[in-house]
Design a binder for this molecule. Structure first.
Ligand code: FES
Ligand SMILES: [Fe+2]
Length: 400
């Protein structure tokens, strides 16, 4: 009998459990706990630096579980800052457009104006405001830190740890420069009737790959010696879990793939061998020689997918206990060559088809869990990142 393809496991999984009661986690009461103890405390992915490249660039990032709108802006001093997107006069939403570039923000209601560093610079008809000092009414800041091409925010008044401590050295220092030169090639969102945990879970394992994706990408993973498409590498950490995929070296390009990728660098779903010597250590951490791509679950709600020439960030935002907003950003190498643009656009389309198959499980799984047909789900070793997700959630929920 052929030997099973072995996964290299790393990290401490001693607290992970292979049985999880989901029904009790999908109630409105439990969601309140998640809001208070997870989404108000954790570092959360709020913006991509590709939307903040110039002085005055801004991005409005809503945080649905906390019903907040944040304004993230690059100031004249090139500092990235985050503020509540709330005018200090009477509280209207200050910036209504998602992204853009400006020298100052003027509220549409009574035209108070704020600088890109959050200072109140003009009160219209100012003599009518008795005893009001402009310096006391700047925008309300939010803790924010930049990591590689992402802006993280923390809504805790005093974060319990820095982003570096939160992510840990493997993540924080492991991806230096990986996103250099990349541009955003896709940005879309949708809302599903599902629980946010199920959203992250669906992208935290490759066990389903052989089955649910058989129509869109039947042969891009695994290959000879790995018929069940086990992950070559799988690691869990305090606030992350990650795995590498096995890129099938015998993947047969479809005629369209062959045509559109003829003059581009390798892109999803084509993963030929690659010289990894210039990649930072976090990418393909075990340096598996038939590497496809990695999946990194950044707790609580971000799935980061680094590949050789592209990467993606998906975030899963609970609106309530049974409604989730899913944001999907995809990036690739910058190029002026139209053949690259065609290849990248095709790759986005293919990935979207695959993601649709993943999405297709999320609403029906919520219904199944809520039916109460059974008490707990069971998870394999290949689903260790999901075990780790609930371990990390329970650790945060247990804190005061
Ligand atoms: S609410 Fe913004 S200026 Fe009045
Ligand atoms: Fe999938």
């Amino acid at each position: 009998m052929a030997q099973e393809f072995q996964t290299l496991f790393a990290g401490d999984s001693s607290q992970c459990k292979n049985k999880v009661n989901l029904k009790e986690r999908f109630t409105p009461e439990f969601f309140k706990l998640e809001q208070e103890k997870i989404f108000k405390k954790a570092w959360l992915v709020a913006a991509s630096m590709t939307d903040l490249t110039q002085k005055g660039s801004f991005y409005v990032s809503d945080i649905p579980p906390l019903k907040l709108s944040l304004l993230i802006v690059r100031g004249e001093d090139d500092q990235i800052r985050a503020f509540h997107n709330v005018c200090r006069h009477r509280g209207d939403k200050l910036v209504q457009t998602q992204t853009g570039n400006t020298r100052a923000f003027t509220c549409a209601f009574h035209a108070w104006t704020f600088s890109t560093s959050g200072k109140l610079v003009n009160i219209t008809d100012a003599t009518q405001f008795n005893g009001i000092q402009k310096e006391d009414y700047g925008l309300v800041p939010v803790n924010c830190e930049v990591w590689e091409d992402l802006v993280f925010v923390c809504l805790d008044e005093k974060p319990q740890e820095s982003l570096e401590q939160y992510l840990g050295p493997e993540i924080y220092h492991g991806y230096k420069g990986f996103a250099k030169g990349r541009v955003k090639i896709a940005d879309h969102k949708l809302v599903l009737k599902t629980n946010w945990n199920l959203g992250t879970n669906a992208f935290s394992e490759g066990y389903h790959n052989l089955y649910i994706h058989k129509n869109t990408v039947p042969d891009y993973q695994g290959g000879a010696g790995n018929p069940d498409r086990h992950r070559p590498y799988l690691e869990v950490g305090r606030h992350f879990g990650r795995y590498s995929t096995h890129g099938n070296q015998n993947h047969k390009k479809t005629p369209t793939e062959a045509a559109v990728y003829a003059h581009s660098r390798p892109l999803f779903p084509w993963f030929p061998p690659l010289d990894m010597s210039n990649y930072p250590p976090g990418i393909n951490p075990s340096r598996f020689d038939q590497w496809g791509f990695d999946i990194v679950h950044i707790f609580p709600n971000c799935i980061f997918g680094p590949q050789a020439n592209s990467h993606a960030f998906m975030t899963f935002w609970p609106i309530d206990h049974e409604t989730t907003e899913i944001r999907n950003w995809r990036f690739a190498y910058g190029s002026d060559n139209p053949t690259d643009a065609i290849a990248q656009a095709y790759s986005v389309t293919r990935a979207r088809e695959v993601i649709r198959e993943d999405m297709n499980t999320m609403e029906t799984t919520l219904q199944g869990i809520n039916s109460g047909a059974f008490e707990h789900i069971v998870l394999s070793q290949q689903e260790l990142l999901i075990q780790n997700h609930y371990r990390a959630a329970d650790a945060m929920l247990a804190k005061d």
